[in-house]
Write a protein that binds this ligand. Structure first.
Ligand code: ADP
Ligand code: MG
Length: 416
């Protein structure tokens, strides 16, 4: 992709002088990445020196290359293997593609191990001695149990979307994997959010990590305009239809449950929109087709659960709509990070019901700004009802916020 205007402005930043090998610099030139993003500028030299890194930067600012370049460079020079863990299949595939831009030239093979795909093909690719494995944790453990993959020689470990990888949902699996990897490894963690409780436990897995923070965790991309509508649950679909008719670009629409994602995609098709849905009830093939169709423009609207909240890099998503607010507040930042990538402009519109003032407050605390409330001229305006139970301390939502992240009620399950 072309360097964005924002990156061009960083004219004092160059890939030269960061310790990157000439052969990798050549590839960067070939793919027309002329200047590093700030997280690349800061994290690459530290990682090339072999230090452990915790990298925090907004969504869409090039964190993948910030770890892919040091991993490939190290493995081109030294023995050992690299392992990258990611929370979703789609993200793992995308990371694999980025790695291959660089690893192919060094004849370093990669393997991508994700749930939903046949074991056989992955077993075959493991037989070819890949030196970089990109995996979702569940599937990696399957391969470890079958002795297809021995993590014994892993010398570089990356946890992308690190807070998600270390929260309650994934922790047991990641710990099981970690038990089998030598402590003499280099560990790198990257994310746009990092809740305090996760940060506290991270140290046990690392050796004096260098913190590279471009913006405090929770910072959203500058180019994304954010708006909030307060709307009754039963009016949401009407409001959605108005919003969709007023905007022209491609839309990623987030919904809480798989069931309503399916229902809403159907309803949108009936209204004459080109829409499809993606969630963990779909097969890997269906998920791939939905994402591919969205990328190529066959579908204008992709209705998704939070399975698509993290890491997915689709160019030109103009609008992210939070039809429902996320259950995990951090996911607000990840969801809206799907637009405004690599310095582009984007828009994020959220629908909140009158009893969700506390959830909105939590989001505003995380992103350190207030969301402007917009009223639609043709839709009945609502206000936050501050008397409802859920808005009071001690109410249901308040208590839910106090629970550890993994114990908060989830309406969807993650499948690998
Ligand atoms: P993040 O992980 O921070 O959300 P990604 O690594 O997915 O971001 O990168 C976002 C987009 O920016 C990708 O399309 C990637 O190709 C592009 N990109 C990354 N680094 C550069 C760079 N130095 N110059 C131009 N584009 C870049
Ligand atoms: Mg990423």
């Amino acid at each position: 992709m072309e360097a964005s205007p924002q990156e061009n402005k960083q004219s004092d930043m160059s890939f030269f002088g960061l310790g990157i090998a000439p052969k990798i610099l050549e590839i960067l030139e070939r793919i027309k990445f002329t200047a590093p993003t700030p997280i690349q500028f800061k994290a690459i030299p530290v990682a090339i020196e072999g230090k452990d890194v915790i990298g925090i930067a907004q969504s869409g600012t090039g964190k993948t290359l910030a770890f892919a370049i040091p991993v490939v460079q190290h493995l081109a020079q030294e023995k050992g293997a690299g392992l990258v863990l990611a929370p979703t299949r789609e993200l793992a595939m995308q990371i694999d593609e980025t790695f291959r831009l660089f690893s192919d030239s060094f004849k370093i093979k990669t393997a991508c191990l994700i749930g939903g795909a046949p074991m056989h093909g992955q077993t075959q690719s493991l037989r070819k001695n890949p030196r970089i494995v990109i995996a979702t944790p569940g599937r990696l453990i399957d391969h470890m149990n079958r002795r297809n993959f021995m993590p014994g020689n892993v010398t570089m470990l990356v946890l992308d979307e690190a807070d998600r990888m270390l929260d309650m949902g994934f922790k047991p699996q990641v710990e099981e994997i970690l038990k089998n990897i030598t402590k003499e490894r280099q560990t790198m963690l990257f994310s746009a959010t990092m809740p305090v409780e996760i940060m506290q436990m991270i140290n046990r897995h690392m050796r004096l990590p260098v913190h590279v923070e471009i913006a405090p965790p929770g910072t959203t991309a500058e180019g994304v305009a954010q708006e909030l509508y307060i709307v009754k649950k039963e009016t949401k679909i009407q409001l959605l239809s108005k919003v969709l008719s007023e905007q022209h670009g491609s839309v990623l629409l987030f919904i809480r449950t798989k069931h309503s994602a399916r229902k809403t995609a159907k309803a949108l098709c009936k209204m004459g929109h080109r829409a499809t849905d993606i969630h963990s009830d779909k097969s890997l093939g269906q998920r791939r087709a939905a994402l591919e169709g969205f990328k190529t423009g066959r579908y204008r609207i992709l209705v998704a659960t939070d399975v698509a909240a993290r890491g997915i890099d689709v160019k030109q998503i103009e609008i992210v709509i939070n039809y429902d607010l996320p259950d995990d507040i951090e996911n607000y930042v990840h969801r809206i990070g799907r637009t405004g990538r690599a310095g582009e402009k984007g828009k994020a519109i959220s629908f909140a019901t009158p009893d969700q003032s506390r959830d909105v407050k939590s989001i505003e605390t995380l992103i350190r700004m207030q969301l402007p409330v917009i009223r639609h001229p043709e839709i009945q305006a609502e206000n936050f009802d501050r008397r409802t139970k859920s808005a009071r301390p001690g109410g249901r939502h308040y208590k839910a916020q106090l629970l550890p992240r993994g114990k908060r009620k989830r309406s969807y399950s993650w499948k690998w």
